[in-house]
Design a protein around this ligand. Structure first.
Ligand code: GDP
Ligand code: MG
Length: 448
C-alpha cells in the first residue's frame, strides 16, 4: 500500500545526520513510485514531487528535527495542500431550500450517499428531503426509499406506492426533480438532495440529462460521487463530469477499500474542486466529513486519531463516556465492569478493525489486527459475565479457585481467564495514564 511504501522510504532516512541532495532525489523517486502504485494521477504525482523536492532543498537544516522527520513534515504538508488544504463546508442557500444534486457513474455510491448525507444533515439540525430522479435503473427509486426510511427522512418518488418493477420507464427525471423541489418548498424542508442516474461509462445522454436537471433545479451544490477504487480512470471520469455537468464538490466513496490514497490525491488536483465528504462503508453511519490534513496523516500512517475520536463520540453512548470521565476525576479504580462496558462500546462501533486501522502505528500492528475479531469480544463478555459482582469490582480477589469456577462457568480454559485478567491489568494501567493526562492511549483490551 501507499502507506507502507512511504513508511519504509522514511525508515531508510532515519538515523541520518544530514540530508544530501542525493538523499532527497532517492527519496523523491521512492515517493514517486509509491504514489504511482497507489494510482495517483501522473500529472498530480509530477507536481507533488516537484514541490516536495523544492521545499526539501530550500529548507534550512533544522537542528530540532532529524532529516527523516523533516522530509515527513514536508511530505505531510504538501499532501495536505494537494488534498485541498482546508475542509470546505456545504454552501447553504440564502433562501431555503438548499438544493444538492448528486452526480456520478452508476455504482459510484450516489444513492447510498443520499441516505448518509441526509442522516448527517439531520444530525446537524436540518430537515432534509430526498428526491428520486434516477428513473434509469430498475429498483433505483425503491433503493432510495429504503435509504430514506432508514435515515428517517422524507423521499419524493415519482410513483409512490407502486413497486419499482413497474416504474414508468418514460418518466422524465427533469420533471421529477422539479416536482420534488416544489414539494420540498411546500413541506418546508430546508435541504433537498436530488439523486440522479448514472451509467457504467461516461455517456453523452447521461451528461445531457444531468445538465438538464441542473439547469431546471439550479442547485447550490453539485456533488460528484466517485468510487475511490477506480484508480487511474478517476482522472478521465472526473474530467468528463467536470466538463459535461460541472460540479462544486467531490465525495470519495468506498474509502473502506484498499486503494485509499490514489483517487483522493488525483481528483482535487485534476478538477480543482474540493473533496467534501468520504464514504467508508455500506452502512448509513459510514460517512465522514473530509479533512485534508487528516487524510494526509492517514496516508502517512500517523493515524487518524481525530476522525477516530469523532466516530467514537458519535457511536459511544454519551452517558457511559461521562461516567468513565467522572471515574477518572474521582480517581476511582477502573474495574472489570468498566472493562466490559468498554468492550461492549467498542463492539457497538461496528467494524472494530477498520477503526483500529486508523490508530497511529496501526501498520505495525497489522498482524494482531488481522487476528482480532468480534468473537473475541464475545468470549471476554462471557468470562466477565461468569464473575460475581464482587469479583468484577475487586479483580485482585480472583484467586486460583475463583478462576477455575469462572472458566467452568463460561466454558473456556483457565488460561483464557488468566489472559483476560492480564489484559485487563494492562488496560487499567493505560486508563490510569490517561487519567493523569497522558492523552489518547492505545486501545485497551487489544490482544497482545
Ligand atoms: P449509485 O449507482 O451511484 O447510486 O451507487 P449505489 O449507492 O447504489 O452503490 C453501489 C454499491 O456500492 C451498493 O452495493 C452500495 O452498497 C455500495 N457502496 C456505496 N458506498 C459504499 C462505500 O462507501 N463502501 C462500500 N464498501 N460500498 C459502498
Ligand atoms: Mg443510484
Amino acid at each position: 500500500s501507499l502507506t507502507e511504501r512511504l513508511s519504509s522510504t522514511f525508515k531508510n532516512l532515519r538515523g541520518k545526520g544530514r540530508l544530501t541532495e542525493a538523499d532527497i532525489d532517492a527519496t523523491a523517486r521512492e515517493i514517486r513510485r509509491a504514489l504511482l502504485d497507489a494510482d495517483v494521477a501522473v500529472p498530480a504525482v509530477r507536481q507533488f514531487i516537484k514541490q516536495v523536492k523544492e521545499r526539501a532543498l530550500g529548507e534550512e537544516v533544522s537542528e530540532a528535527l532529524n532529516p527523516a522527520q523533516q522530509v515527513v513534515k514536508i511530505v505531510q504538508s504538501e499532501l495536505e495542500e494537494i488534498l485541498g488544504g482546508e475542509t470546505r463546508t456545504l454552501q447553504l442557500a440564502k433562501t431555503p431550500p438548499t438544493v444538492i444534486m448528486l452526480v456520478g457513474l452508476q455504482g459510484a455510491g450516489k444513492t447510498t450517499l443520499a441516505g448518509k448525507l441526509s442522516k448527517h444533515l439531520k444530525q446537524e439540525g436540518h430537515a432534509p428531503m430526498l428526491v428520486a430522479a434516477d428513473l434509469q435503473r430498475p429498483n433505483a427509486v425503491k433503493q432510495l426509499q429504503v435509504n430514506g426510511e432508514r435515515a428517517g427522512v422524507h423521499v419524493f418518488a415519482p410513483h409512490p406506492g407502486v413497486s419499482s418493477e413497474h416504474e414508468d420507464p418514460t418518466g422524465d427525471p427533469v420533471e421529477v426533480a422539479k416536482a420534488g423541489l416544489e414539494e420540498a418548498k411546500n413541506r418546508q424542508h430546508d435541504v433537498v438532495i436530488i439523486d440522479t442516474a448514472g451509467r457504467l461509462g461516461v455517456d453523452q445522454e447521461l451528461m445531457q440529462q444531468a445538465s438538464d436537471i441542473r439547469a431546471a433545479t439550479n442547485p447550490d451544490e453539485v456533488l460528484f460521487v466517485i468510487d475511490a477504487m477506480i484508480g487511474q480512470d478517476a482522472v478521465a471520469t472526473a474530467q468528463a463530469f467536470n466538463e459535461g455537468v460541472g460540479f462544486t464538490g467531490v465525495v470519495l466513496s468506498k474509502m473502506d477499500g484498499d486503494a485509499r490514497g490514489g483517487a483522493a490525491l488525483s481528483v482535487k488536483y485534476i478538477t480543482g474542486k474540493p473533496i467534501m465528504y468520504a464514504s467508508t462503508g455500506e452502512g448509513l453511519g459510514d460517512f465522514e466529513v473530509f479533512h485534508p490534513d487528516r487524510m494526509a496523516s492517514r496516508i502517512l500512517d500517523m493515524g487518524d486519531v481525530l476522525s477516530l475520536i469523532e466516530q467514537a463520540e458519535r457511536t459511544i453512548d454519551k452517558s457511559s463516556a461521562e461516567r468513565m470521565a467522572q471515574k477518572f476525576a474521582d480517581q476511582e479504580d477502573f474495574t472489570l465492569e468498566d472493562f466490559l462496558e468498554q468492550m461492549q462500546q467498542l463492539k457497538k462501533m461496528g467494524s472494530m478493525k477498520k477503526m483500529l486501522m486508523m490508530m497511529p502505528g496501526a501498520q505495525g500492528m497489522k498482524k494482531q489486527l488481522e487476528q482480532f475479531d468480534d468473537s473475541q469480544v464475545n468470549r471476554i463478555e462471557a468470562i466477565i459475565q461468569s464473575m460475581t459482582p464482587y469479583e468484577r469490582n475487586v479483580p485482585k480477589a480472583i484467586n486460583g479457585s475463583r478462576r477455575a469456577r469462572i472458566a467452568a462457568g463460561s466454558g473456556v480454559h483457565v488460561s483464557e481467564v488468566n489472559t483476560l485478567l492480564e489484559r485487563f491489568r494492562e488496560a487499567q494501567k493505560m486508563m490510569k495514564k490517561m487519567a493523569a493526562g497522558g492523552g489518547m492511549p492505545g486501545m485497551p483490551g487489544m490482544p497482545g
